[in-house]
Design a protein around this ligand. Structure first.
Ligand code: KG4
Ligand code: ZN
Length: 411
């Protein structure tokens, strides 16, 4: 089964093609168009700018992903007759689907008129096949989600392939099906059932969720952030310190630097680390950073040592809370594995300390973390999640019409 996957849930336009064959998952191509430059001046994602960028990026990203996968063949010049036939195919419906998105509509129709229908037999060029299109429909920024959904619907209609709606949070966890696991365990896909019950931690710019998975495909949220997400805390505190967006990587690279005055130490709170539940709260940490910053003289605020000391402590405070809550949940639910994902899990120090803590616990269970490029938003994870889904929706069905963007997390 070969899947074309699309994710536009936040500020990255991502498209990937993944395939499952003989119990192996293969990434055929993956293209991510980052919008960091656009949002950097705002210190966070600006939804309407992100939406506009998706409109412009979707077709170029799709073209690149299909070319990389050798799935795109321009029509030979002499087949103009086929081209003009096809230019009529579903054009009115596609127009309607992309009615409100003029830029995306024009680009999509041009694209479809330029390249062959991959599923159509008897064209002059090589036949190619995608079995389904996976699309993130929840959670995320609604205007952004809609761009991906409408684009996926237009392609689904034109290529006559079903859609598979995918939950972005479940996709972050599914990225783990792609690679080897830490703690010296190795599990081929056929053995993944042995890893349940499992605890999942998704820590990203929009979410901090602890999820109990009694078996594969079953999810129960046992803890969430009550205010800011872990990634949001990295982003906002970096901004206070005058470090560039996104804050996670900026703070992580500051934290690695050596200080002139090694004795300089800042102490920040670890919010809710000892609470009885599995919820998180990071806005207090952000406020503590702000107060500390405001209490410094201007010269101290700008000093290199102050920024390094702050970065070390912010990173460590977030690491301590994430690890402590996840391990507590793992013990309480007596799980057989810990599965993680989301942009914050790209943090090198967090990955290292998670592995170290698990190794030194009585709890000898495998700890999964995707490689860094699969922790931050990407469409590969959406395709992988779809490979395990049996929710294929054909465009002749009502369910297809009803695929909608939903900003809120509903697992
Ligand atoms: O999963 P993601 O790419 O997008 C969302 O679904 O939100 O996560 C983005 C978040 C940002 O807040 C970013 O600062 C954070 O992940 N992030 C990191 C690192 N790389 C990205 N946080 C800490 N350390 C990193 N190395
Ligand atoms: Zn994400």
């Amino acid at each position: 089964m070969k899947i074309l996957a699309i994710d536009t849930s936040c500020d990255d336009t991502s498209i990937a093609i993944v395939e499952k064959k003989n119990n192996q998952i293969k990434v055929i191509s993956s293209v991510v168009s980052s919008q960091i430059q656009i949002h950097a001046p705002y210190g966070g994602v600006y939804p309407m700018l992100a939406k506009r960028a998706h409109q412009k990026n979707l077709v170029p990203v799709l073209t690149k992903a299909l070319k990389k996968a050798k799935l795109l063949n321009p029509l030979p010049k002499k087949s103009d007759a086929i081209r003009s036939d096809r230019s009529i195919l579903h054009q009115a419906e596609i127009h309607k689907i992309l009615e409100k998105d003029e830029v995306l509509r024009t680009l999509t129709i041009n694209f479809l008129n330029t390249y062959q229908n991959p599923n159509q037999k008897n064209t002059l060029t090589k036949k190619i096949k995608v079995d389904a299109i996976a699309i993130t429909n929840t959670p995320g920024l609604e205007p952004c989600l809609w761009q991906g959904i409408n684009f996926a619907k237009a392609l689904s209609l034109y290529w006559n392939v079903p859609l598979i709606p995918v939950n972005h949070i479940k996709a972050h966890l599914a990225a783990n099906f792609l690679q080897k696991i830490s703690c010296n365990f190795q599990f081929p896909i056929s053995n993944f059932q042995n890893l349940y019950p499992a605890i999942g931690l998704v820590a990203s710019g929009g979410h901090t969720e602890l999820i109990y998975m009694p078996k594969q495909g079953t999810y129960k949220i046992i803890g969430s952030t009550r205010d800011d997400a872990a990634g949001e805390c990295f982003d906002k505190t970096a901004r206070i310190l005058g470090l560039p967006y996104p804050g996670g990587p900026s703070l992580a690279s500051q934290a690695k630097l050596k200080m002139k005055n090694e004795k300089l130490k800042i102490e920040l709170p670890r919010p809710m680390i000892n609470s009885k539940d599995f919820d998180f709260s990071f806005s207090g940490l952000k406020t503590a950073v702000l107060y500390n910053f405001q209490s410094q003289k201007k010269s101290a605020q700008k000093s290199k040592d102050y920024k390094i000391a702050m970065a070390k402590e912010i990173q460590q405070a977030i690491i301590d809370v994430l690890i402590s809550k996840t391990l507590k949940a793992s013990e309480q639910f007596k799980v057989k594995s810990i599965v993680t994902g989301g942009g914050v899990m790209a943090n090198k120090e967090l990955r290292k300390q998670f592995k170290f803590k698990i190794k030194n616990l009585k709890l000898k269970i495998p700890f999964f973390v995707p490689k860094k490029s699969l922790c931050i938003d990407n469409a590969v994870m959406v395709g992988v999640k779809a490979l395990f889904s049996n929710q294929k929706v054909s465009h002749s069905s009502k369910a297809w019409q009803n695929i909608q963007a939903s900003g809120n997390l509903d697992i």
